[in-house]
Design a protein around this ligand. Structure first.
Ligand SMILES: NC(=O)C1=CN([C@@H]2O[C@H](COP(=O)(O)OP(=O)(O)OC[C@H]3O[C@@H](n4cnc5c(N)ncnc54)[C@H](OP(=O)(O)O)[C@@H]3O)[C@@H](O)[C@H]2O)[C@H](O)CC1
Ligand SMILES: [K+]
Length: 243
C-alpha cells in the first residue's frame, strides 16, 4: 500500500496542534466532522433503503473515539438509519459528552448503559452493521473490563454482522496492528485525518478502507509528512483502493 501513515504518538501530537493556540480548532468541531465522516462511510458501504433493515448499533467508548460514535449516530439518524447507541462507560471529562447524549435523546435515539441488554442488538437479521467507536489512538493494551467482554461478543458475530471501526479497530495496537490473538476484524475501517500504522495490516483481511476527517490544508498535511487525500466534491470520506 502506498498511503502514508503516522504513529500513535504523532497522531496525538497532530491533534494537539490542531486544537492548540495557533490553529484553535475546538474538539467539538473536529468530532462533528469525524462523526459525520463515519456516518457517510456507513452510507456508502451499506446504502440506506426503506425496503431493508436499517438498524445500526453504535458501541461508544469512554474517550474521544466514543464521542465520534455519538456524533455518528445522530448523522445516521438524519440519513434514515435507526441507530441504537451502547455507551457503557460515560465520560465526565467535559460536559460536552452529556450534551451529545442529550442530542441523541432529542433525536429519539436509544442510549443504553452498562446494565441494559445491548446484546439483543447483535442479531444480524435486524441489525445492518456495528459501529466500533470504543477506542482510538489512545488505547493501551491489555483491554480492561467491561470492554474485554464486549469485544468478545462482537468477535463472535463479526462474520454475520459487519463491524465498521472508527480510526482504529478496537483492541489493535495502534502501531503494530492485531497483536492479540482474539482481535475483532472490521469489514470497514474509517481512518481519521491520516491512517495509523495498524491500517497497513488490513489489506490481507479484505477490509474496506476509508479516510475521513477532512479538516487539514495541504501545508499542515505536509508538515506531518503526508499529502491530502483525494476527496471528491463535498464528500467527507474517500475510499482507498487496495494496491
Ligand atoms: N484529529 C483527529 O483525527 C481527531 C480524532 N478524534 C478521535 O479521538 C480519538 C482519540 O481519542 P482519545 O480520547 O485520545 O482516546 P481514545 O478514545 O482512543 O481512548 C481513551 C479512553 O480509553 C480508555 N482506555 C485506554 N486503554 C484502555 C484499555 N486497555 N482498557 C480500557 N480502557 C482503556 C482510557 O481510559 P484511561 O483510564 O486509561 O484514561 C480513555 O478513557 C481518535 O482515535 C479519534 O477517533 C477526535 O474526535 C478529534 C479529531
Ligand atoms: K475504534
Amino acid at each position: 500500500m502506498s498511503f502514508k501513515t503516522i504513529s500513535s504518538q504523532l497522531a496525538a501530537q497532530l491533534d494537539k496542534d490542531l486544537m492548540g493556540p495557533e490553529i484553535g480548532f475546538t474538539l467539538e468541531q473536529l468530532m462533528e466532522l469525524a462523526g459525520l465522516s463515519v456516518a457517510e462511510a456507513v452510507l456508502k458501504e451499506f446504502p440506506y433503503s426503506k425496503s431493508r433493515k436499517s438498524q445500526v448499533l453504535v458501541v461508544a467508548g469512554p474517550g474521544n473515539n466514543g464521542g465520534d460514535g455519538l456524533v455518528c449516530a445522530r448523522h445516521l439518524a438524519l440519513f434514515g438509519f435507526n441507530p441504537v447507541v451502547f455507551y457503557p462507560k460515560r465520560s465526565s471529562r467535559t460536559q460536552f459528552y452529556g450534551q451529545l447524549v442529550n442530542q441523541l435523546k432529542f433525536f429519539q435515539i436509544p442510549v443504553l448503559d452498562g446494565d441494559d441488554d445491548w446484546a439483543q442488538y447483535l442479531n444480524p437479521n435486524e441489525t445492518l452493521c456495528v459501529v466500533d467507536a470504543i477506542f482510538g489512538f489512545s488505547f493501551k493494551p491489555p483491554v480492561r473490563e467491561p470492554f474485554g467482554s464486549i469485544l468478545q461478543q462482537l468477535r463472535q458475530v463479526q462474520d454475520q454482522l459487519p463491524i465498521v471501526s472508527v480510526d482504529i479497530p478496537t483492541g489493535w495496537d495502534v502501531d503494530e496492528g492485531p497483536v492479540e490473538p482474539n482481535c475483532i476484524i472490521p469489514k470497514v475501517l474509517v481512518s481519521l485525518t491520516v491512517p495509523k500504522p495498524c491500517a497497513r495490516k488490513i489489506e490481507s483481511l479484505e477490509t474496506q478502507h476509508y479516510v475521513g476527517g477532512r479538516f487539514v490544508p495541504r501545508s499542515f498535511a505536509n508538515k506531518y509528512g503526508f499529502e491530502p487525500f483525494a476527496y471528491e466534491n463535498a464528500s467527507q470520506v474517500v475510499k482507498l483502493a487496495p494496491e
